[in-house]
Design a protein. Structure first.
Ligand SMILES: [Zn+2]
Length: 92
């Protein structure tokens, strides 16, 4: 299994080097920014892909962590009932 190709699959000249690139992903509507994520970058055409091993590891750690308790917005139409029934009518 070669997760680390020697030559660039795009230009087939460049060599693939390991670098750290900023990686941004959205997890449950939250932006997760990883400033130095392992990536494989071609040194000729600069095509890059994020390290699939690191990606799967990241996904595993994200799914393993306890989910944030989502507080569903209570769609309860709070009846703002003016308590008029227990008050005497003053306009009379
Ligand atoms: Zn290339």
């Amino acid at each position: 299994m070669s997760a680390h190709p020697k030559f660039c699959p795009r230009c087939s000249i460049g060599r693939i080097r390991r670098k750290r690139l900023p990686y941004v992903m959205v997890v449950e509507d939250q932006l997760v920014n990883i400033p130095r994520f392992p990536a494989l970058v071609c040194d000729v055409c600069h095509a890059y892909m994020f390290d699939p091993v690191a990606l799967s590891r990241l996904e595993a750690s994200l799914s393993a962590r306890p989910r944030p308790v989502k507080t569903p917005r209570a769609r309860r139409a709070a009846p703002l009932a003016p308590a008029a029934t227990d008050k005497p009518l003053e306009s009379f």
